[in-house]
Structure formats: C-alpha cells, structure tokens
Design a protein around this ligand. Structure first.
Ligand code: AMP
Length: 394
C-alpha cells in the first residue's frame, strides 16, 4: 500500500499555471503535489503520449493494455482542466463495470485532491440517493457505468450540457457488454464542442465506427503490441483432468501469496469457494450475481491484502488493478486469446513479477491450442517437480 500524508482538501480552485515538471510533462503545483504523494515520479509511456494532447484540447484514442497507467493519463488532464469553483459536471468518464467505476474514481479523486474538485462515482446496484446528493452538491467529475448514467440523465439529476470532456475507458469491453446504444445516447447529451478521449485494448470495427462518429480528428497512440501478454508474467500450464482440478489447485496454492482464480460461471465460482471453505482454505467469491455491497466489500478486502484468495468470473478480468496480486490461476481455461491476456494481466502490474497458471483439461484442447499458438514459447508446462507434487498429492 502507498503511504500517504493526509491533509484536508483545500478550497476549490480554478486551473493554475502548469510550470512544474512531471518528467517531460508540465503540471500545476496542486497536481504535482498529489502525484508526489501518490509516488508517481515520472509519467508512464502512455501518460507521456496522451497527457499533452489532452491538455491541448485534442481528441485522443489510446490503445493500451491495462496496467499501463492510462487512468492517470486522462486523470491528470481532467485535474488540470476542470474548474473546481464551478458547481456543474465538466468531465464524464464512462467505464464498463462498477468495480472499475470505484477504482477510477479513487485515482482521479486523488489526483484532483489539492484542486478541491469533487469526483463522484455513479453505478447501479448502489443506493442512488447519495449519488444524487453528490450531483446536487455540484460535483464536477462523474465516473460511471452507462446504465446508471442514463438513469440519472432520465431523472433530470445529471446534466451533461456543459461537459467539456468525455472519456470512454475500456471502450471495447463497454461495447462487448452491449452498452453501445447507451454510450451513443450519453455522447449525444453532451455538447458537440466537447473533447473526447477513448481508451481501448483492441480496435474492432464497432470501435472504429464509434471513433469515426464521435471523435474529431483524434490523435491515436498505442502502447504495447495488441494482445501481447505482459512480459513479467511467468506463464505456465498444467494438464489436469477436470475431476482433479481441485486437488491440483490445493497443491499449487500458496496461502501467503495473493491469488486470483478464474472460473467460467457464477455457480462454479460459488461451488469452488464453498468447497475450499470446507477444506479450511479461506477464499471469497466475486461475480455479477452478488449484491453490489458484497462485491465492494470483497474487493476492498482483497485490495487491502486481508483477503489472499479471490475466485472470480471474468468480471474482474479487465482493468481491475490490485498491484499485490502475485498469481493468476485459470481454473477454467479462457475461451479466447483476448480473455487469456486480460486475465493474466491482473498480475505483474507496473513492473512487478507475477505468475499465471492455466489448467488444461480434457475438454480444453482447442482453446489451449489457440492460446499456445498466440503466446508461443512464453507458455511452458509446469516444471516436473510440481507435477510430482501434484501426483503425490492425489
Ligand atoms: P492503470 O493502467 O491506470 O490501471 O494503472 C496501473 C497502475 O499504475 C496503478 O496501480 C497506478 O497507481 C500505477 N501508476 C499509474 N501511473 C503511474 C506513474 N506515473 N508512476 C507510478 N505508478 C503509476
């Protein structure tokens, strides 16, 4: 965890001169102070590329893997450009999931801390009352999932007619979930003169169309090859019959290390957590079928390190950033290369080391071949010693 000196937020401020270096980028004193406290000493590659054009008012498409620091890439320009003295929504960030809404809100709020800007998350499954109150109180930055944003627009509580900046984060995932009509509607309720930034891991045709329709001569930046697994992840696979997966998991689990286990369905996640519990292995479940309050509590425990083992559906496979995750285990194989890359990207964040282990059962050979063909020699069988341990453990 980062250590932070907590000081009361100052009175709201307008934009201040940008005269302090954050690497090659110039930022204002309040933003620099926040970045110092967050221990961000210099920009990451994507930040170096996108911050300046965004500060110049240009539209931007950022193609970046998760874990590259793209949140601060748009968070810093938001902090610099939003006028904290004006009590209306000036910047909107749309994200695909509720967890991401909270995570992005926390980071943007930290960057904005010494400007006195109010940042509010809006997402479904949480009580709408406090979100409405925050909007009535004049929040300047809204981070939300499309469904709840539409809901608040329809109620007349959220007004975007003076929004100057809109960010579409994890745009490809947002469209995968079927949010395209909502995203279009939301964009249409903002002024045409707005600045738009779109971040995405991949650029399928739907995203190209969205860019063409809603962005103005965007500058496009790409960091890292498309769908390349993060280099620091040690990737291993292990051939294991379906019925032996539990034994295999118990053998490879290290209870001291923070581990994220992926399963395909909500029921399978619940089953595994119950079964581990019976064997006195403490684990928690997270998936879209759980109440939002429970999802938040579990994520918070996992972030704090109090919870070591989290079993999840693909809900947490994208964007979620818990830097302390050391291992990802694909208990059920990912069904596409993209899914594989996103899942294993939950570990080895920001230059740290991490391992990703994929169980390959008798049903998984087609998926495995596709993954292996893409990843190549970086994906190796688990070494013999561990096989032996597995066999001995059965
Ligand atoms: P993101 O890709 O936005 O989810 O960020 C990934 C991680 O990088 C987060 O833990 C951030 O706190 C961290 N981070 C972002 N920018 C910087 C920076 N300039 N220096 C150090 N860490 C950073």
């Amino acid at each position: 965890m980062r250590e932070r000196r907590r000081e009361p937020a100052p009175a709201p401020q307008g934009p201040s001169p940008r005269d302090l270096p954050f690497g090659p980028v110039l930022v204002s004193a309040p933003v620099k102070r926040a970045l110092d406290e967050m221990r961000y000493e210099s920009p990451t590659p994507i930040q170096e590329l996108v911050i300046e054009p965004l500060l110049n008012g240009e539209d931007v498409v950022g193609q970046a893997q998760t874990g590259t620091g793209k949140t601060a890439g748009f968070g810093i320009p938001i902090a610099e450009q939003v006028d904290a003295r004006e009590p209306f929504v000036q910047a909107l960030v749309l994200v695909p999931t509720r967890e991401l809404a909270r995570q992005v809100t926390d980071e943007v709020a930290e960057i904005c801390r010494y400007r006195g800007t109010q940042v509010v998350p809006v997402y479904g499954g949480a009580r709408i009352g406090p979100q409405i109150t925050a909007l009535h109180n004049g929040a300047q930055v809204v981070v939300g999932t499309p469904g709840r944003v539409i809901d608040l627009l329809d109620r007349g509580v959220l007004r975007l007619d003076r929004a100057r900046m809109v960010v579409l984060d994890e745009a490809d995932q947002m469209l995968d979930i079927g949010f395209l009509p909502d995203v279009r509607r939301i964009l249409r309720s903002t002024p045409r003169s707005r600045q738009t930034a779109l971040f995405t891991a991949t650029i399928p045709t739907m995203i190209k169309r969205l860019i063409y329709s809603y962005l103005k001569e965007p500058q496009t930046f790409r960091v890292g090859a498309e769908s390349e697994p993060v280099e620091q992840v040690t990737q291993r696979y292990c051939e294991v019959a379906s019925r032996d997966k539990l034994t295999a998991l118990l053998n490879v689990l290290d209870e001291e290390e923070q581990t994220l286990v992926f399963r395909r369905t909500q029921d399978d996640v619940d089953w595994l957590v119950r079964t581990l519990g019976r064997r006195r292995v403490k684990a928690a479940a997270i998936h879209g079928g759980l109440p939002q309050g429970e999802r938040n509590a579990v994520m918070q425990q996992f972030r704090s390190g109090a919870l070591k083992l989290l079993v999840s559906t693909n809900l947490t496979s994208r964007g979620i950033d818990v830097p302390t995750v050391e291992n990802v285990i694909n208990y059920d194989i990912p069904e596409s290369v993209e899914e594989y890359v996103h899942r294993i990207g939950r570990t080895a964040r920001m230059g740290r080391e991490g391992t990703a282990l994929t169980f390959v059962s008798e049903w998984d050979l087609d998926f495995f071949d596709a993954i292996k063909a893409h990843v190549g020699d970086d994906l190796q069988p688990l070494e013999l010693g561990l096989y032996k341990r597995l066999e001995a453990g059965v």
